[in-house]
Design a protein around this ligand. Structure first.
Ligand SMILES: NC(=O)c1ccc[n+]([C@@H]2O[C@H](COP(=O)([O-])OP(=O)(O)OC[C@H]3O[C@@H](n4cnc5c(N)ncnc54)[C@H](O)[C@@H]3O)[C@@H](O)[C@H]2O)c1
Length: 352
């Protein structure tokens, strides 16, 4: 039997689910009358809808895990388009390795069942194919993503940037050079001036591009990323929002970073402002004492989250998120919300 080639594996792209096509409102309403996770999910959808109707509330979307390669990209793009999001905190993997990667014209691929059964990771390594559970990526294409980050850094004024500032430059790059995917979180956020923060920015494809940039610069001035600047900027964002709400997918760094700004307002001598609304979709539970599965009730003890409108949804994100966001989309309350141009605001309030 002839040896398999890359194309034997990388031939069926992941498709992004389109929430605009399916009106799930009756379905989610029916879940309100059920028990367990169904009722939790319905309540979470109601809380997200309430955040959207609260004119004083700024909404932070938090993204951990591998969500974009899994087909959720269009859900988040739709949220940005419809003014449902005022800031994003994410792992670098979602925004750079996955969203920016697709914007450069690359795709994620479904590992076919018949191949998955006999999937040989050593063979994948030999073919330069990376695997995320049941999804495959061309490693050579990912290297182009790393190199493009380096190209962007090389062209910038050498100074210290927040990840937000650098990610806006990546959005500007897509605007100038053309986005090769039908939609992109980075590009849509750039157009809508929605700030994106990746506090652990070097822990993804961007890190490879930036070490190449810094190594080549040697002792000369270079671009570097300051995660403290990120924290200060998001805290300034919180100070300027009377109320705030969190829609968290997964846990990890984005969950804690976004929650901590409530306490950070106090550190900066402002009135301490807990997040008024919070929804988290996660598969983690509280047993290990770690952050990802810690409940939102527990976050109340830290002064991070108010206890009136919070809901944990224990579900894998690809199942729960299209239902929650689809419900809010088809309810249509977002139509009364305006674009808030937070990037422009943050550019003026934070010291360079
Ligand atoms: N995930 C990747 O493929 C990948 C690739 C390159 C770099 N990284 C980096 O690794 C670091 C850790 O990121 P991470 O992506 O592994 O997230 P993470 O480990 O920080 O995720 C935190 C938690 O979120 C929950 N979660 C994750 N995916 C979920 C899902 N689909 N549904 C429900 N809950 C879910 C889980 O409880 C998980 O423990 C980041 O800095 C990231 O940039 C990740």
């Amino acid at each position: 039997m002839p040896a398999k080639t890359k194309r034997d594996y990388l031939n069926r792209p992941v498709e992004h689910v389109d929430i605009t096509r399916y009106n799930v409102v009756p379905w989610v309403e029916a879940m309100q009358g059920m028990s367990y996770s169904a009722r939790d999910l319905a309540r979470a959808a109601g809380i997200l809808d309430r955040m959207i109707q609260d004119k004083d509330c700024g909404i932070i979307l938090c993204l951990a895990g591998s969500l974009i390669n899994a087909g959720l990209k269009k859900v988040f793009v739709e949220m940005i388009r419809c003014n449902m999001v005022d800031a994003i905190v994410s792992t670098g993997a979602n925004i750079v390795d996955q969203d920016f990667f697709e914007a450069l014209g690359f795709r994620h691929y479904i590992a076919e069942e018949r191949l998955k059964a006999g999937l040989d990771d050593q063979e994948l390594l030999n073919l330069h194919i990376d695997r995320i559970y049941d999804t495959l990526i061309d490693e050579d294409e990912l290297r182009v993503c790393d190199d493009t980050v380096r190209e962007i850094a090389d062209a910038l004024e050498p100074r210290i940037y927040s990840s937000r500032e650098f990610l806006m430059e990546m959005g500007a790059y897509l605007e100038r050079n053309g986005c090769k995917a039908p939609e992109s979180i980075l590009l849509e956020a750039y157009r809508k001036q929605v700030p994106i923060f990746c506090p652990a920015f070097s822990d993804c494809s961007a890190g490879f591009g930036l070490i190449a940039h810094q190594a080549a610069r040697g002792d000369r001035p270079k671009v570097s990323i300051d995660s403290v600047k990120d924290f200060l900027e998001l805290t300034q964002w919180r100070v300027r929002n009377r109320e705030s709400g969190l829609f968290m997918i997964g846990g990890g760094v984005p969950k804690n970073f976004a929650q901590d700004v409530a306490v950070a307002t106090d550190i900066l001598g402002q009135e301490m402002r807990m997040h008024k609304y919070a929804v988290q979709v996660t598969v983690a539970d509280a047993r290990d004492g770690a952050l990802s599965g810690s409940t939102l009730k527990e976050a109340n003890s830290w002064g991070k989250v108010d206890s009136s409108f919070e809901q944990m949804v224990y579900s894998e994100a690809t199942i729960a998120v299209p239902l929650i966001v689809g419900y809010v989309y088809h309810r249509g309350n977002w139509k009364a919300r305006e674009t808030r141009h937070w990037n422009q605001v943050l550019d003026t309030v934070v010291v360079r």
